[in-house]
Design a protein around this ligand. Structure first.
Ligand code: FAD
Length: 289
């Protein structure tokens, strides 16, 4: 089923994001997690796309397994990094053969060890070009990334919002946001989008903090602000992983509760290949299905 249609049929969309493990042996353990996540009845599971090499093939393999093995709807992420149009076309064909109907179209981050994204000759510079390519070539439902605090390379939020609109004008069907810890940033982003005439559904992306080092790294790479109260609490407990996880999940519950009260179209949980935080968040908020 196309995610675009899910949004028109259901009042609240629930999705979980997983990533291909770096080591081959961990694939089976991911499938155990997906079994557990499947029991929580998400509307779809999204599978991230690596910077290069074998993890890319794993995105196709895992997406196919989610769709055809677990009978769950899937959103396969796809980036422009180190790919020509022909490379992208080949991946789209492989995804089609596996009955994958939904793509999250991204530019991608610069590969590890490089500072700037450099367009591959014969490839794409920005995600809006990828959206347009997919939409004119195929019949996928296409999602794009949105940044409540602005993309890290953008000079300001306004410029980034105008660039988000380019992706919508190119045919994007829905938006999933980067993680954020301050709901006001999301409400401001949503209002801004509406003012620009962006009327496709927006799924807020929530990241339950499970580990001190991980969150410091992610937040700085993505340019996401950590509110002082949250930062102090996590910092104070950095040597007590269980405390960090407990507080991280509690914080996510408070965030989601407030988002629901403010009329969100659904929820995208960055679950870091773990099911127990998701289970706890859904149970606490009576979102279990
Ligand atoms: P774009 O929309 O192309 O934007 C990139 C920058 O260029 C922004 O600063 C924007 O303002 C500017 N810009 C955009 N269009 C134009 C234009 N036409 N002219 C001038 N400037 C422009 N990365 C992965 O590698 N794999 C993943 O699976 C993955 N999944 C993600 C999922 C979500 C929900 C999110 C939010 C991000 C994900 N990312 C992933 C990270 C993403 O690839 C990076 O944030 C990347 O740096 C930007 O990708 P984008 O698609 O937003 O790019």
């Amino acid at each position: 089923m196309k995610i675009k249609n899910l949004f028109s049929q259901k009042r609240f969309i629930l999705s979980f994001e997983v990533f291909p493990p770096k080591r081959e042996g961990n694939l089976e353990s991911l499938y155990v997690t997906i079994t557990e996540l499947g029991e929580l009845k998400p509307d779809f599971i999204s599978v991230t796309y690596g910077a290069g090499g074998s993890t890319r093939e794993k995105t196709i393999e895992i997406s196919s397994r989610v769709k055809n093995g677990f009978n769950l709807e899937v959103l396969a992420h796809l980036t422009c990094v180190q790919s020509t149009k022909d490379d992208i076309a080949r991946i789209l064909d492989l995804l089609k053969e596996e009955n994958v109907e939904n793509i999250l179209a991204l530019r991608g981050d610069p590969p590890e060890g490089t500072e700037r994204f450099i367009k591959t000759e014969g490839g794409f510079e920005y995600a809006n070009e990828l959206v347009q390519f997919i939409k004119t070539r195929d019949n996928f439902s296409v999602g794009v990334a949105g940044y409540p605090e602005g993309h890290i390379e953008a000079p300001n939020l306004k410029t980034d919002m105008i660039n988000l609109k380019r992706k919508v004008d190119a045919g994007a069907d829905f938006i999933i946001t980067q993680l954020f810890f301050n709901n006001d940033a999301f409400y401001n982003f949503r209002d801004y989008a509406m003012a620009l005439g962006i009327d496709i559904p927006i799924l807020p992306g929530i990241f339950p903090i499970l580990n001190y080092n991980q969150i410091i790294k992610i937040a700085s790479l993505a340019g996401v602000r950590i509110p002082p109260r949250l930062g102090e609490k996590v910092e104070k407990n950095k040597d007590k992983p269980q405390e960090v996880e407990k507080y991280g999940i509690e914080y996510a519950i408070i965030q989601v509760d407030n988002l629901i009260k403010n009329g969100i179209a659904g929820l995208h949980l960055y679950c870091m290949n773990k099911s127990h935080p998701v289970k706890k968040i859904l149970a606490e908020l009576s979102l279990s299905r």
